[in-house]
Design a protein around this ligand. Structure first.
Ligand code: SAH
Length: 536
């Protein structure tokens, strides 16, 4: 019974800590905030409860209500993750949540995160400290600038019910809408901007977009020069990132949108890295493989700036005989000249059944695709044949020699092909035509993930409204239509390999991009050039 307050990092889902991600995969309940990237939720167990804490009704008691929910979950479940943007204790009221839990007798562990106050600036190439330029960093909320202070004296402040030191007065500003729930200032007091103006280091303002003009004015009143460099970074560490360099004099006129981090001081003039280029920025792309198989495709798409939705439509499981046939063949593997692998799954299943690595003896190994070859390398097997250009069944048939005597070995002319149930006959047929005796054995089967996270209606809705979808196998195409019952598909369809593209066409889809080289990189390149063509 522990509630983990976990920092999700500033934006990019890759910037969560390993500990944070590990807890997400184990959690029984996850409560997440508005600024948290939803992709982090794809590592959550399918049967876990996912609670959108940003959707609380907007009355003044939101935080009190949420604290109650946290306490209830904390009492009822073993592992509860409260996922908060940036660092859980930097603004965003994480401290109060921890106190409410401790008061209710719930164990709390706090997992730090990369705070936007530092991380967003660092990622944009703006140092918060620099030898000889800035020796200190001050992080302050801009929620209560001059203008809002005046405004507040007119409207009656609405104190939050709460315990003494945590009682807050706050007002809603438009920035609240895009911020984690119930962000508040520093206990309701307006920061002393005049005093802050006298500090020599870097001043970092969070939640300051709304009051930027007032903040600049008060810092200048306090003695800071109007020419002091200022930088605002919107949507830091995401493809929507925008960096605006300005000065205190002009901060008020800049067109800025929340969420943004504003840094004020000499370091704000720095630019230590060129802005990252994102050729797929803003494009929402669905991938349909399982998370582990997707890793490289998802990462490549994200690196290109796409918003990736992982929608694993297939799961693999043991074949109907639970692997008995595969075991029998693995026991006698030494009778074969070759074993051919066409997927990582086949490698994993085969090696799980192999009694002793030495049983392989001098059997030669062929693999289709770099990822398959890598899975073999991880087992210290350097494949003898991996087709270079055409990473497909056809490519492998071409790359394989014909049967013939090999020195030092008793050639049997036999090939073992551990495969997915229902795999297309292309490979076995081609090898037979070459003169090989091919034993096909079912190593695993793929089925539609109808019971998994793919069923989550919210996720299905996001998928249907995406810009593009990718398929890596014919089984993914059929599983998609099994899960998405109305058959709605995003407008752009990309496929890895001709066989997959053919399956997609047979299901009535127009295929826009086909990665002929059977690689994730080929698919990403195809999507990038399609986008460039569409732009021009
Ligand atoms: N606990 C969070 C801060 C919550 S306050 C943290 O440690 O980062 C929310 C404010 O953080 C926003 O108003 C904005 O000022 C800043 N912020 C959060 N994510 C941001 C991002 N990706 N880019 C720019 N500013 C961000």
């Amino acid at each position: 019974m522990t509630v983990y307050l976990v920092g999700a990092g500033p934006g990019d889902p890759g910037l969560i800590t390993c500990r944070g991600r590990d807890l997400l995969t184990r959690a029984d309940v996850v409560l997440y905030d508005r600024l948290v990237d939803k992709r982090l939720l794809t590592s959550v167990r399918p049967d876990a409860i996912i609670y959108d804490a940003g959707k609380q009704p907007g009355h003044s008691d939101r935080q009190a209500d949420l604290n109650k929910v946290l306490v209830e979950y904390g009492h009822a479940h073993e592992t509860v993750v409260r996922l908060k943007g940036g660092d859980p204790l930097v603004f965003g009221r994480g401290g109060e949540e921890a106190e409410a839990l401790l008061d209710a007798g719930v164990d709390v562990e706090i997992v730090p995160g990369v705070t936007s106050a530092i991380g967003v600036l660092t990622a944009a190439g703006i140092p918060t400290t620099y030898r000889g330029v800035a020796r200190s960093v001050t992080v302050v909320t801009g929620h209560t600038g001059k203008e809002s202070a005046q405004h507040r004296s007119r409207s009656s402040p609405e104190p939050e019910p709460g315990k003494g030191p945590h009682a807050q007065s706050r007002q809603r500003t438009p920035e609240d809408a895009s911020s984690p729930i119930n962000i508040s200032g520093n206990s309701g007091d307006d920061p002393d901007w005049e005093q802050l103006a006298r500090l020599k280091g870097t001043l970092v303002v969070l939640m300051g977009v709304e009051n930027r003009a007032g903040i600049a004015a008060r810092l200048i009143e306090g003695g800071r020069s109007g020419s002091t460099p200022v930088v605002a970074v919107e949507n830091g560490t995401t493809p929507r990132c925008r960096t605006v360099h300005t000065t205190l004099d002009h901060l008020g006129e800049e067109d800025l949108k929340a969420p943004a981090v504003i840094a004020i001081g000499e370091t704000a003039a720095f630019s230590l890295s060129a802005p990252k280029r994102y050729p797929l920025a803003g494009l929402v792309v669905v991938t349909t493989r399982s998370r582990t198989q997707n890793e490289s495709l998802s990462t490549m798409l994200m690196d290109a700036g796409a918003d990736v939705i992982d929608f694993p439509v297939i799961v693999t499981s043991a074949p109907d005989d639970d692997g008995a046939d595969l075991k029998r063949h693995a026991d006698w593997v030494n009778r074969y000249d070759w074993v051919v692998f066409t997927s990582v799954n086949a490698v994993e299943r085969f090696f799980a059944q192999l009694r002793d690595a030495r049983d392989l003896g001098g059997v030669r190994i062929a693999a289709v695709g770099d990822v398959t070859a890598k899975a073999l390398l991880a087992r210290n097997i350097r494949a003898d044949v991996v087709p270079l250009d055409n990473q497909s069944a056809v490519g492998l048939i071409e790359a394989m020699p014909a049967p013939g005597p090999v020195s030092g070995r008793n050639e049997t002319g036999r090939v073992l092909y551990p495969k997915a149930a229902g795999a297309p006959p292309t490979l076995a047929r081609g090898l037979r035509q070459k003169g090989w005796l091919v034993d096909e054995v079912e190593a695993y089967k793929t089925i539609a993930a109808t019971g998994g996270p793919a069923l989550n209606p919210e996720l299905i809705d996001m998928v249907k409204h995406a810009d593009a979808i990718t398929f890596a196998s014919p089984s993914a195409v059929s599983a998609y239509f099994e899960i998405v019952e109305d058959g709605k598909v995003p407008p752009v369809v990309g496929c890895i390999g001709d066989t997959t593209a053919e399956a997609a066409r047979q299901s009535g889809l127009a295929v826009d991009v086909t990665a002929k080289d059977h690689s994730a990189g080929g698919l990403v390149d195809g999507l990038i050039s399609l986008r460039e063509r569409m732009k021009s």
